[in-house]
Design a protein around this ligand. Structure first.
Ligand code: GDP
Length: 229
C-alpha cells in the first residue's frame, strides 16, 4: 500500500452540519456520504469505522437530524458525510419533501462527492428509501457501496443468500455498485469497507480502471477482498 493511501479513519472529527448544498464546506475536496433508513445501523457503522463511540451522536442531536453532517479526516481535505435517514412515518410530509429535495440536490450537484455508502439492515434490504437512493445514484453515475448491516443477526447461509440477492438486484451496467456484509458489533467487513473508502477518497492514477468495480466484488479490487465469509 502506498504512503498516500494511509487515511486514518480514527482522526475523524465533526466539522459542521449543513442544511443545504450551499452550506457544504468548500475546503473539503473529496467526500463519501453515508445514507440509510433510520435504525439501519449507520451511527454504529460510522463509530466502528472511526473507532469513536461518540462520533455519530452529533447527527442524532435534536434539531440536527435533517442536516448533512461533516466529519473531516484529520488535516486532509477529505470527509465522511452523514446523511441522516429518517423513519418516513414520523416525519411530516412537508418536511419529508423539503429534505428529499435537499438530498437530491446534494447527491446530484456536490462536486466533492465521490461515492455513496448505502446501509441496509441485512434482514430488511431494498426498501423504498434504498431504491430511491439507488436510482439517484444511477442517474448521477455515482458509485455505491452497499453495507448489509447487523450481519451477526443472521446465520452464514441466509446472510450469504441475501448478499447474492442484493448484488443481483442492484447490478448496474457501469459496474458502479458493490455489496458486502457488515457488523459493527463484531467488526466483520471493516477492512473491506476501509479499502473501498480509501480507493474512492485517494484514487491512484494507475489503478483507476480496477477501482470502478464490478457488482460481484467491492469496488477497489478483487484479489484480497472476500464476502466476509
Ligand atoms: P442508525 O439509526 O442507522 O444510526 O442506527 P444505529 O447505529 O443507532 O443502530 C440502530 C440499532 O441497531 C441500535 O440498537 C444498535 O445497537 C443496533 N445495531 C447497529 N449495528 C449493529 C450490528 O452490527 N449488530 C447488531 N446486533 N446490532 C446493531
Amino acid at each position: 500500500m502506498s504512503e498516500q493511501q494511509n487515511i486514518r479513519f480514527s482522526d475523524a472529527f465533526f466539522v459542521k452540519s449543513a442544511a443545504k448544498l450551499a452550506q457544504c464546506p468548500n475546503e473539503i475536496l473529496s467526500e463519501v456520504a453515508f445514507a440509510g433508513r433510520s435504525n439501519a445501523g449507520k451511527s454504529s457503522a460510522l463509530n466502528c469505522l472511526t473507532e469513536n463511540r461518540k462520533l455519530a451522536r452529533t447527527s442524532k442531536t435534536p434539531g440536527r437530524t435533517q442536516l448533512i453532517n461533516y466529519f473531516q479526516l484529520g488535516e486532509a481535505p477529505l470527509a465522511l458525510v452523514d446523511l441522516p435517514g429518517y423513519g418516513f412515518a414520523k416525519v411530516p410530509v412537508a418536511m419529508k419533501n423539503a429534505w428529499q429535495k435537499e438530498l437530491a440536490g446534494y447527491l446530484e450537484k456536490r462536486e466533492a462527492l465521490c461515492g455513496l455508502v448505502l446501509l441496509m439492515d441485512i434482514r430488511h434490504p431494498l426498501k423504498e428509501f434504498d431504491e430511491a437512493m439507488l436510482q439517484w445514484a444511477a442517474d448521477s453515475e455515482m458509485p455505491v457501496h452497499i453495507l448489509l448491516t447487523k450481519a451477526d443477526k443472521l446465520k452464514r447461509g441466509p446472510a450469504k443468500s441475501t448478499l447474492l440477492k442484493v448484488r443481483k438486484a442492484t447490478a448496474r451496467k457501469d459496474g458502479g455498485v458493490s455489496v458486502q456484509v457488515f457488523s459493527s458489533l463484531s467488526g466483520d467487513g471493516l477492512p473491506e469497507l476501509r479499502k473501498v473508502l480509501r480507493a474512492w477518497l485517494l484514487p491512484q492514477p494507475d489503478t483507476q480502471d480496477s477501482e470502478k468495480g464490478t457488482n460481484s466484488e467491492p469496488n477497489p479490487g478483487k484479489e484480497t477482498s472476500g464476502d466476509g465469509f
